[in-house]
Write a protein that binds this ligand. Structure first.
Ligand SMILES: Cc1ncc(COP(=O)(O)O)c(C=O)c1O
Length: 440
């Protein structure tokens, strides 16, 4: 395959979450992908250690999914999503609700994780309103939470750059403390022992504002984008108990933990804690077509199904909600996951993955390693005065050596496609060891 792209014509595309100037001086281009690998513009194979952006759970260019998309595009490309329907969206809703945790029986379709977050927050606020409790307007998120890039999501999220750059954000939002306790939990395998009591902060915040003003709590079961923060043992259950006690909705943002990442279909299944609302995207279509879904209980859904029948019950939706091609991709994705056992395959590989990851403990500049399911994080000692530089160098060196990793701050985060084999795990961590030994 020819590399026809030269730095001179990269100007128009303002790239997302990218160091644009650095990239355009030395572009890193993928031109094809298959299963566990990308092909670069200069013809190299790169092992995908991150399932794209935590989304390509079944691996790349899976025939069943690509064929379903092509077929649907030729049959019904688009149909209005408001006041009209098409069978495939209903079919997909049934299929995807079937793999969701018990009790989350209805799904509202969106086009991304960010939109799913906004949708979930709006459902929570409107739910209390239709139940006659419109005084519940407060939302509680968590420090170091990432809930996408829209205003609701960055308000409940706990990322400093967002809070610094983008104005006043939503009002009526409070935050739980994050659960990262490196002094006590460094190099823990799986769920940390320390920190369950941090969930009690919810009780304090609720007391401060009075429960009658609080609509919902939103957390990622495992924080991903801020560096893989695994919840302490018992923490999520305690949040659940406090929410239940006070009539507050619990929202799990499962955009990265959904669809098999932890070795169970969802993190809710892994931890045995059921949210009232579950936010998803990414793996819902294997990342191939933009889509998201917000799952709710029948109690929430049915609360809206009141009043005159000609009125719209929930004043919300996207032009592409339940898009036919995305729905076709979604059905083919769920079928692929089921046929290949991918929603639970991570459980079989988790201990091999954990051992390989923790074998890097003694490599220089490694100050913590964290893991759960098929997720791993390696935290590096930042270079004094140049935070993020060491991890970025690791990313560049890794790409040069044929593996795709992701970095956030000085943390390397790994989340491979769920079709990964042990030989790929060996290659991934073997190469990473060399990378960390070679960079500054
Ligand atoms: C937990 C979580 N929520 C929301 C999002 C936003 O998803 P999107 O980029 O599809 O808008 C992400 C993306 O990584 C995420 O990790």
């Amino acid at each position: 395959m020819l590399n026809k792209v030269t730095p001179n014509n990269l100007d128009a595309f303002w790239m997302p979450f990218t160091a644009n100037r650095q990239f355009k001086q030395a572009p890193r281009m993928f031109v094809a992908a298959k299963d566990m690998h990308y092909t670069t513009a200069d013809g190299r194979q790169v092992l995908d250690g991150t399932a794209g952006l935590w989304c390509v759970n079944a691996g790349h260019c899976r025939p069943k999914i690509t064929e379903a998309i092509a077929q649907q595009a030729g049959e019904l490309d688009y149909a209005p999503a408001f006041q009209m329907g098409h069978p495939i969206a209903f079919e997909f809703a049934n299929r995807v609700v079937d793999v969701a945790p018990d009790g989350l029986d209805h799904v509202f379709f969106t086009n991304s994780g960010s939109e799913s977050v906004e949708t979930a927050l709006k459902i929570a606020l409107a739910y209390h309103r239709v139940k006659g409790e419109g005084s519940r307007f407060r939302l509680i998120g968590r420090e170091r939470g990432y809930h996408g890039v829209n205003f609701g999501g960055i308000s409940v999220g706990g990322i400093v750059t967002n809070r610094k750059m983008f104005g006043t954000l939503l009002t009526g939002v409070d935050h739980l403390p994050h659960t990262h306790l490196p002094g006590k939990n460094a190099f823990t395998r799986g769920e940390p022992e320390h920190g369950v009591d941090l969930a009690d902060e919810l009780e304090r915040i609720v007391t401060l504002h009075d429960a009658s003003t609080v609509a919902a709590v939103i957390v990622e079961p495992v924080s991903g984008s801020t560096g893989v923060l695994v919840p302490p043992k018992g923490y999520l259950q305690r949040l659940r108990d406090i929410c239940t006690k006070h009539g507050i909705l619990l929202i799990f943002d499962e955009v990265i933990t959904g669809f098999g990442r932890l070795g169970t279909p969802f993190a809710a299944d892994y931890f045995g804690v059921k949210p009232d609302i579950m936010v998803t995207a990414k793996g819902i279509t294997n990342g191939v077509i933009p889509m998201g879904g917000v799952f709710v209980t029948s109690d929430i859904h049915d609360a809206f199904m009141n009043g005159p029948e000609h009125l719209i019950e929930f004043f919300h939706g996207y032009t592409y909600s339940g898009n036919p091609i995305a729905s076709a991709a979604g059905i083919a994705t769920i079928e692929t996951y089921k046929e290949e056992g991918l929603l639970t395959r991570g459980a079989e590989l988790a201990s091999y993955w954990e051992d390989a990851l923790h074998s890097l403990k003694d490599v220089r500049n490694v100050i913590d390693i964290r893991n759960i399911g098929l997720i791993g994080a390696i935290e590096l000692q930042p270079i004094a005065g140049s935070p993020t530089k060491r991890a970025f160098s690791a990313f560049l060196k890794a790409f040069e050596k044929g593996i795709l990793i992701r970095t956030t701050g000085d943390i390397i985060a790994l989340s491979p496609p769920l079709i990964i084999e042990k030989s790929h795990i060996d290659q991934l961590f073997g190469t990473l060891r060399d990378v960390l030994n070679e960079i500054e």
